[in-house]
Write a protein that binds this ligand. Sequence first.
Ligand code: PLP
Length: 355
Amino acid sequence: MILLNPGPVNLSDRVRHALLKPDLCHRESEFTTLQNEIREQLISIYGLAAQHYVAILLTGSGTSAMEAMLTSLIPQGKKVAIIENGVYGERLRRIAEIYAIPHVSVQHEWGAEMEISRVAKALAGDNISHLAVVHHETTTGRLNPLQLLGELCKEHGVRMLLDGVSSFGAEAIPFHESRIDACAATANKCLHGVPGTSFVIVSRTALDDAVERSLYLNLKAYFVNQEHGGTPFTQSVQTFYALHEALKELSEQGGQPSRYERYRQLAGQVREGLQALGIKPLLAVEDSSVVLSTYHLPEGINYASFHDALKQDGFIIYAGQGELAKTMFRVSTMGEITGADLARFLDSVEKIVGD
Ligand SMILES: *Cc1c(COP(=O)(O)O)cnc(C)c1O
């Protein structure tokens, strides 16, 4: 089955085989070595220096990393400004609400471009320490403007907390220029690992001000333990093996820039192929990530029957979220998939649309 959903992704054979490595106790030195190596691999993807940034590994899906980031890094007495233009921005706000973290939220229609003047106004408010924002809003495929938001953060003396769950490893992330204090991400999207491990890349200075609002998602506790080679709780050891292998593979393939290029080609192939069949993308190329795009459903075809027909041929597409579910579908090109797979996908779409 070819997975065109935004994670979990198709695994390469070498990553799948890594799951079969020897059983390992998370209190043994072999685990410490594995964990240390993954932490180094993760910060090296964006060329970050170990004296500035650390990778903190969690067992949980991407949302656990978002929740750990937000609950640990907004200092007591400070406020976070949250930008919403899709499901994941809304999720950042939900986390702030649930933990009663003081926040202001700048809401947009799902899929809309961010209104920078409204964001600037929110950042000018009292006691704002951070801007929390989604990099690639997977709801629609929109890539939010990190560079621009970074400049705003600089102007207003605030730092950025980034949901990079569906962009980390593929899209460019200017950590220093965008004043990024932390970036939450996961093993099983652009990094091509197995679901179960997520992580937060955090600046060491942000950890100085970290607070405890949660027992399990306390980033500082993970940090202190991991700096000494340990872990506060049991980690998903087999998932670590797979992530370690996936990161080795990424590095051998040329790292983030070449993954970006690979996705750009695959996404372009899908976009051109679908457009030739009269299926239009929601967003212009320059507003889209290379990771995922949203398309209008072909005339007279509902999502369920389109999905089921494609599944019969071995392809899993993804529904639109919320209101978009009735009229849209999504195609991601993450994971171990090739141009030949996508050519077969386009043939299959052609057959279904033509029927
Ligand atoms: C996938 C995703 C998440 C996390 O989803 P999980 O199901 O918890 O892994 C968070 N943010 C974005 C932008 C995502 O695409």
